[in-house]
Write a protein of this length. Structure first.
Length: 158
C-alpha cells in the first residue's frame, strides 16, 4: 500500500492510541494537587537559566514540598504537559476556525482551510478522548485553567 509522506496511517494511529491508553497515568485530586505543588515549587526555586546545582536542589525541595515520590513525578508531569499543549492547540485551532468562518462566505480558500482546521480539531479531540481514562480527563478539565496557566510559562520559555 502506498501513501503520501506525512499522511498518517489509520491502522498505526489506532494501534498507537491503544498503546498510549495502556501507558497512561491515572490521576486523582490528591495526586494532581501534589503535582501542581511540585511544579510551582520547582519554578520558584529554579528559574530559567539557573545552574544545574540549583535545579537539583530545587527538584529535591519540590519533591519534599509536594510529598510525591520522585519516581512518580516525570510520567505524571508529562501527562499535565501533554494536556496543556493539546488544550492550547485546540484553543488556537478553534480561534483560527472562527476567523476562517468570518471569511468563508466570500472566500473559497478560507472555506477549504476551515474544513481542514475542523478536521484537525476533530482528530485532536478523538486522540484526547482515546488517550486518557475518563476520570483523569474529567479531573484535568476541571483544573484546566490552573494547568494551562502553569504550563503556559513552560511553553514560552520562561
Amino acid at each position: 500500500m502506498t501513501r503520501r509522506p506525512g499522511t498518517p496511517d489509520a491502522v498505526f494511529e489506532r494501534a498507537d492510541a491503544a498503546t498510549l491508553a495502556l501507558a497512561t497515568v491515572q490521576l486523582d485530586v490528591a495526586r494532581l494537587q501534589q503535582l501542581l505543588v511540585f511544579e510551582r515549587t520547582l519554578r520558584r526555586l529554579a528559574p530559567a537559566g539557573c545552574s544545574a546545582e540549583q535545579t537539583a536542589r530545587a527538584h529535591a525541595a519540590a519533591i519534599a514540598a509536594s510529598g510525591i515520590a520522585s519516581s512518580d513525578v516525570e510520567a505524571s508531569l508529562a501527562l499535565l504537559r501533554r494536556f496543556a499543549a493539546n488544550r492550547s492547540l485546540s484553543a488556537s485551532l478553534t480561534e483560527r476556525l472562527g476567523r476562517l468562518h468570518a471569511r468563508a462566505a466570500h472566500d473559497p480558500v478560507a472555506q477549504e482551510q476551515a474544513v481542514e482546521v475542523r478536521r484537525r480539531l476533530v482528530a485532536l479531540e478523538d486522540a484526547l478522548q482515546g488517550r486518557e481514562d475518563p476520570e483523569t480527563r474529567r479531573l484535568l478539565e476541571r483544573h484546566e485553567p490552573e494547568i494551562l496557566a502553569l504550563f503556559a510559562v513552560t511553553s514560552s520559555g520562561g
